[in-house]
Design a protein around this ligand. Structure first.
Ligand SMILES: C[S@@+](CC[C@H](N)C(=O)[O-])C[C@H]1O[C@@H](n2cnc3c(N)ncnc32)[C@H](O)[C@@H]1O
Length: 286
């Protein structure tokens, strides 16, 4: 089951490998503190690997879309068909302006968000300092959306899921025995100029990466299993998720970097690391 939204760093293609990194199905609560498009949750749910679930992200407007899809999918579909189709390119900036005026919850918001996500450049979500969505129109030959049945299927998979707007620390703090957590943060940049933190106004620097590793380890000592994705860089392998602190480097998938600032680097493949930690015993404290 693919997500409704395109999302920078979305894990639809890697979901099976991430699911394998957990090993067992989740016996407690499954948490995703960096939910994005919820690709991994949707995959694991269809596979019957998770039950009670909490999905969270710091992006309020994104989480409002998941909420509308869960609670009023027919309303979202009705609003979506009212948005431009044939003349979508000419009317893109009208829809963007309407979106920026709100409302930022409910079916109208969700339909505009999904429309802009499909019509905007590379499915990017980026806001300026004033919190206004500012992605330019996409270069697609035509505008396309998943079929209504796909919307309804995603809605059914979101029923009963707790959806939260929260910082990752708050979500990881709640995880304990038998729980599983998948962490897919904005990555450590491959170079100093490459920046992947444009999802929302909050920056995600090395201090946040260190906190994430620390909170993951604390959750592992409480009995949770935590799986994390990041770029396969020495700082990630040796400083953030080092084996001596209990992290295992489960897989190193090669992926196409789909979203980037210039066309030349868009075709590049990069290596990611999928790391896992926990449950840990007190005797494993380094
Ligand atoms: C790489 S994306 C996650 C992609 C997701 N796994 C998917 O398949 O679509 C990272 C997400 O982290 C969110 N984020 C950034 N800083 C955060 C924070 N401090 N706490 C929680 N979420 C945050 C962003 O809004 C973004 O949606």
């Amino acid at each position: 089951m693919r997500p409704i939204m395109k999302w920078a760093g979305g894990k639809a293609r890697l979901a099976a490998r991430i699911c394998e990194a957990f090993g067992e199905p989740c016996r407690g609560t499954y948490y995703e503190p960096f939910a994005g498009s919820a690709a991994v949750y949707l995959y694991r749910r269809v596979q019957g690997r998770v039950g009670p679930t909490v999905l969270a992200d710091l992006n309020t407007k994104l989480m409002a879309v998941h909420r509308a899809l869960r609670d009023d999918v027919e309303g979202v579909l009705r609003e979506l068909v009212l948005l431009p189709s044939e003349d979508w390119r000419e009317r893109y900036y009208d829809v963007r302006e309407a979106y920026n005026q709100g409302p930022w919850s409910g079916k109208t918001h969700a339909a505009r968000f999904i429309w802009l996500n499909r019509a905007g450049f590379n499915g990017l979500y980026r806001e300026n300092r004033k919190g206004e969505f500012n992605v330019p129109v996409g270069r697609y030959a035509r505008l396309s959306f998943p079929a209504p049945e796909a919307f309804r299927a995603v809605s059914a998979l979101l029923k009963g899921v707790e959806l939260r707007v929260a910082d990752f620390r708050e979500i990881l703090d709640a995880a304990g025995e038998d729980d599983q957590v998948y962490c897919d943060p904005p990555y450590v940049p491959l170079t100093e100029t490459a920046c992947f933190t444009g999802y929302c106004s909050s920056p995600f620097g090395l201090a946040e990466q260190r906190d994430l590793a620390l909170y993951a380890r604390k959750a592992a000592f409480r009995g949770a299993r935590v799986v994390l994705s990041n770029h396969d860089l020495p700082v990630v392998r040796n400083e953030l998720y080092p084996p001596e602190s209990g992290f295992r480097h489960v897989a190193k998938p090669r992926v196409m970097r789909a979203i980037s600032r210039n066309a030349a680097s868009r075709a590049k493949t990069v290596t990611e690391v999928i790391a896992a930690i926990g449950p840990l015993e007190d005797s494993e404290a380094a």
